[in-house]
Ligand binder design. Sequence first.
Ligand SMILES: [Zn+2]
Ligand SMILES: [Zn+2]
Length: 342
Amino acid sequence: MKAAVLHGPRELRVEERPRPAPGKGEVLLRVGATGVCGSDLHVVNGVSPEPMAPNPVLGHETMGTVVAVGEGVQAFQPGQRVGVEPLIGCGQCDFCRSGNYHLCTRLELIGMERLGGFAEYLVAPQDKVFTLPDSVSDEAAAILDCVAVAVHVLNRAPLELGDTVVVLGGGTIGLIIAQLAKARGAARVVVTDLSERRLALAREVGADEAVNAGSQPFEELKARLGGRVDVVIEAVGGKAPTINQALQLVRPRGTIVFMGIFIEPVPVDLWQALRYEVTIRAAWSYAYHDMKREFATALELAAGGQLKLDPLVTHRFTLDRVAEAFAQAGRASEAVKVVVRP
Ligand SMILES: [Zn+2]
Ligand SMILES: [Zn+2]
């Protein structure tokens, strides 16, 4: 099969690789669509804070069609369209056993430690594979991982009816968070970004306001929101000054949830947090919320039609052009979600 193998920073090559075979309890998929994640960009650019597997085949936002099943798999048959939850804990530690496998110190990712979706085929354990209804398109299914991250963010945010929410960052996850915040009963959802294309999309998917954080002075935004922001979601990361912006915007005793991946330590004005008793919470990946998997919740939201996911996919490439896909995803002013269709 063809697979995009990462040999070093910015050295992504499409090569022939042996097609994987499904082991006991595993499902073999022909990959249909795989999203380029911001974290994939960090890995390819050599700036990811996470440890990197040797020569990985990336692609954790992925879906496909079952072509074969391993021993003991009864719930799936060839021909079924399925989504893939890429997070695989060790299954043995207290975090895994308590349904918090995203916190497992031996967490593996389909698309890092295991072969991912920038390839023609992949294998996944059967309990990480979800049957897709016809109402979820291939491209929407590829970004279910982003929806699940957004679901986890909302589960970590103490959002009340009538709240004002600011989402810093109008990438794929930020735009899903904005939609979920409205669905949860926020009265006012404001999205900030530097890209006019993303801001237009924010309005299209239901944000009440979309603010260009580059062209509008921050002080103006702060004055307009008047210290009444109940929850700020940080969805940028990188090297951005967004945590301190969040501290400027949030009301006393408000909450900041951050999920952007910071690629270097950023200074945080903890005096501001102390003076106004602000809660700062991290939201990392997803797992279970109460008795239910957040990926299953994401799939139900997508299937139920409450979420606008298809408009978030702005660019499509074949596997041969995966390097172009990454270049396009890096141009954040133009792209939201870039998808590779092997
Ligand atoms: Zn991702
Ligand atoms: Zn574990």
